[in-house]
Ligand binder design. Structure first.
Ligand code: NDP
Length: 237
């Protein structure tokens, strides 16, 4: 189990779901950790108390607020950019402002957060963006805009890996498939359809995604960069 004792870690979007599992994993490993939240104040405060971490209100729609929060954490060892929203539906009727908001949260803020983190990041630091297997495969209708955001993460990760590699900083994306959370409950209406695309026909647990994230952030991840690490039960196979 990777040890993060004394490591300065920031998780963007840590109050619920996969992000909360990542907070728990790094906190258990001894990290000095802060995480952001936007809408879930009570859940964030409860998690901060449970894990001995710090919850910071920062809405990822607000690019400048995100940059400010990242800058306020000083020299980071690890940033995990998890905050994301998923809007699925008929592109002919979806609200354009809602789509743009998703692009802000899933693409615009992750890019600026990653760059800001790299300014002061310690050598051999880690930048990890939670993407999605939908960046590779979108096997049902209604997911074009969401898939667009997760494909954008792939280009960002490949490019930034080149920009920061000389300092030993790695930049990767963890790409979950269906994972049990408020966004995608294991017993939700889409679960059967999703499982039909998978080799292992169940939702992942947040803790499984967190463990892969911790591997990338730990010492064994030093030569993994510019890559997409997919954890999807074969959804994309
Ligand atoms: P949830 O909806 O369960 O949780 C989303 C988390 O992101 C919450 O902590 C939420 O905080 C935070 N968040 C959302 N919007 C904002 C915002 N504007 N500012 C700050 N924080 C925000 O989603 P998941 O845990 O399922 O998803 C986490 C990531 O994993 C996302 O990037 C998602 O795209 C990706 N993913 C998820 C999959 C799944 O099947 N669950 C599959 C593939 C990828 P708050 O409530 O405080 O606003």
């Amino acid at each position: 189990m990777a040890d993060f004792t004394g490591k300065n870690v920031l998780v963007l979007g840590g109050s619920r779901g996969i992000g909360a599992a990542i907070v728990r994993r790094f906190a258990t490993g001894g990290a000095k950790l802060a995480f952001t939240y936007a809408g879930s104040k009570e859940a964030a405060q409860a998690l901060a108390t449970e894990t001995g971490t710090e919850a910071i209100h920062t809405d990822s729609v607000d690019r400048d607020a995100v940059i400010k929060t990242v800058a306020s954490r000083g020299a980071l060892d690890v940033i995990v950019i998890n905050a994301g929203i998923g809007i699925i539906g008929d592109p002919l009727t979806l609200e354009p402002d809602a789509i743009d908001r998703m692009i802000d949260v899933n693409v615009r803020s992750p890019y600026h957060a990653a760059v800001e983190a790299a300014r002061k990041m310690n050598d051999n630091g880690r930048i990890i963006v939670i993407g999605s297997v939908n960046g590779d495969r979108m096997p049902f209708a209604g997911g074009a805009a969401y898939a667009l955001t997760k494909s954008a993460v792939q280009g960002m990760v490949r490019g930034l890996a080149r920009d920061f590699g000389a300092r030993g900083i790695t930049v990767n994306s963890v790409q979950p498939g269906p994972t049990d959370s408020d966004m995608n409950p294991a017993d939700g209406p889409m679960a059967g359809l999703m499982h039909s695309f998978m080799a292992i026909k169940r939702h992942a647990r947040g803790g499984e995604v967190a463990e892969l994230t911790a591997f990338l952030a730990g010492p064994h991840g030093a030569m993994i960069t510019g890559s997409m690490q997919t954890i999807d039960g074969g959804f994309g196979a």
